[in-house]
Design a protein around this ligand. Structure first.
Ligand code: FES
Length: 576
């Protein structure tokens, strides 16, 4: 083995390399390893198991599968822990912790001797954090997602987390189902370990990771509990040893063209809006800037082909039965950059050529029979969002995509929670609900609060959707006519902060317009008198919270820390 490989890689600094190696060997032999095993390539395997993270409940078995593959191929697996983040167990939000997980993963990849790394992730923020780390360190890496849950059933109907969580909760709020039934449903929404089985953020990221070439073909859609999931983990372990030998690195794989393929897949699967923020952060670590207007143009030429909730009807297990993401890739072949290299050592085009065609896909449509004629996400501009905002129009109400309505403004999540169900709230079905101070710095942590609930008194009248605007995010499992990621955020004095109750707001998705019908001079006057919220005024003086609030960037920059973003972006994507 060469110097600076395997056990010799990144020696601890004692001023005497030979002594450092002697000491390292002495300690690791306490594990019972032989000299022969310690001469093999070192393959790091991230352990993101946590009792707080049911989406990662299969990680121990995945680790065993990966280790089996590594040993088969002549490598030596080293499992190491990193932070694990689950959506509903992270306060204030999982987004607040994503950058911490990226730093943790990146630094442990750098600090410990690894020739290649198998990144086991799944729940929404985990794979983005791992890709950010892999991109920054450029150590050969392969991702194995934990995989989606299987679905449950209720009264003969298939259901799953978490699109149906929201649908049934909406029915409960509207008084359509009682407490006993909502409690029964609660026990059926997540019937197995694994990630949310709709096209939420976790499934979207897994698909984009596969399209970007960072996981083996087939990795995204196999359910978490099926034998195939563990077989592909074993294959990923074997492939990691090959990557250690070939030195094929994330920067050679995640080129601007590969990022473009991933972004096109985001459109084509009707994927989560969160994925745009995450891939902006991943790309930035590689020196690639995401051009939002080019992303919008990419969407105009990419139909939604996958009939999965929340844009469609089905679940990830159905995509798996249809042949997984490969069936989508094959359908879009003429639009993809086929020369992009993947972790398998073959190009995306070669992988498509080598794949077997699924007999009769049920949830993946043909390109001439799409679920939605254009891509899932549109980018909006106007005097309310000079830096842009987005809407997932594939899961919005068509009749609301061109809308003019009166603003009903909430100053914060707490203000919304206190007033949204008040019988005295002055709100009508054609109003526009506006939520302020929920961006990266203002909340902080950019919560998934953009899916404002329909005010109870309107829900009880049968109102299912309204135009809603915020600088927050929305769960990838949610649906509705919801405008998100407004830049700059209101807590920093963005124009959204100037909106007052009763102002008229215009949404025109076809023309990509989001505007406030208030004159520029009046907006400037209001902003001159504006005071920042307490979260900005009372900036904490220490700890991670201080680091986060001082350094987190806006949504259009991926909400990464400013000091992690290269000063110069050498490329931009998508490449059209
Ligand atoms: Fe983990 Fe949905 S909560 S993927």
């Amino acid at each position: 083995m060469q110097k600076n490989q395997g056990i010799r890689r990144g020696l601890t600094s004692y001023g005497d390399d030979e002594f450092s190696l002697f000491l390292r060997k002495a300690f690791i032999k306490a594990m019972g390893y032989s000299d022969e095993m310690l001469e093999r390539p070192f393959i790091g395997v991230t352990n993101t198991f946590s009792d707080y993270n049911p989406c990662h409940g299969n990680v121990p078995q995945l680790i065993e599968s990966v280790k089996r593959g590594v040993l088969q191929a002549g490598g030596m697996p080293f499992v190491f822990p990193t932070i694990s983040i689950h959506e509903s167990f992270a306060h204030p939000t999982s987004m607040y912790l994503r950058n911490l997980m990226a730093l943790d993963t990146e630094e442990m990849m750098r600090a410990q001797p690894v020739d290649a790394v198998v990144l086991i992730g799944g729940c929404d923020k985990t794979i983005p954090a791992q890709l950010m780390a892999a991109g920054a360190q450029d150590i050969p890496s392969i991702v194995i997602p934990t995989g989606p849950m299987l679905t449950g059933t209720h009264k003969g109907e298939r259901l799953g987390a978490c699109t149906d969580c929201r649908r049934f909760w909406g029915q409960y709020r509207a008084g359509e189902i009682d407490e006993a039934e909502i409690n029964e449903i609660n026990g059926k929404l997540a019937p197995t370990t694994g990630t949310c089985m709709v096209m939420g953020t976790a499934s979207t990221i897994a698909c984009m990771t596969e399209a970007a070439g960072m996981s083996l073909i087939g990795s995204a859609a196999i359910p978490a509990v099926l034998a195939d999931r563990f077989r592909i983990a074993e294959a990923s372990g074997r492939q990691a040893v090959q990557l250690a030998a070939s030195r094929l690195s994330p920067r050679q794989i995640m080129t601007p063209e590969a990022i473009t393929n991933a972004l096109r897949i985001l459109h084509a699967i009707g994927g989560s809006t969160n994925a745009l923020i995450h891939f902006t952060a991943v790309a930035a670590r590689l020196g690639i800037r995401i051009d939002l207007d080019a992303f919008d143009r990419l969407g105009r030429g990419t139909p939604v082909l996958v009939d999965l909730k929340p844009s469609g009807q089905h679940y990830m297990e159905h995509l798996y039965e249809d042949g997984g993401l490969m069936t989508v890739l094959r359908e879009l072949k003429h639009l993809l950059h086929l020369d992009c290299m993947t972790v398998s050592g073959r190009t995306l085009g070669e992988e498509i050529e080598a794949s077997k065609r699924s007999a009769a896909p049920k949830v993946v449509r043909r390109i001439d029979q799409p679920v939605f004629p254009v891509g899932g996400i549109a980018v909006l501009h106007g005097n309310l969002a000079p830096g842009g905002a987005i809407i997932k129009h594939s899961s919005a109400t068509p009749g609301l995509l061109k809308h003019r309505g009166r603003a009903v403004v909430f100053q914060s999540v707490a203000d919304m929670a206190a007033r949204i169900d008040s019988p005295d709230l002055d709100v009508k079905a054609d109003d526009v609900l506006v939520l302020l101070n929920t961006g990266p710095k203002g909340a902080p942590g950019m919560p998934e609060a953009g899916y404002l609930p329909i005010p109870k008194k309107l829900a009880r009248q049968g109102v299912k959707d309204m135009v809603r605007i915020s600088d927050a995010r929305m769960s990838g499992t949610a649906f509705g006519t919801i405008i998100l990621h407004v830049v700059p955020e209101s807590a920093l004095g963005g124009p959204l902060a100037a909106v007052r109750d009763g102002d008229m707001i215009v949404l025109d998705v076809e023309n990509r317009v989001l505007s406030l019908e208030v004159g520029d001079a009046e907006i400037q006057q209001r902003l001159a008198a504006w005071q920042p919220p307490a979260t900005i005024r009372d900036m904490p003086g220490h700890g991670y919270r201080k680091l986060y609030q001082q350094c987190v960037t806006q949504a259009d920059q991926g909400c990464d820390f400013d000091f992690m973003i290269p000063p110069l972006m050498s490329h931009s994507a998508p490449v059209l």
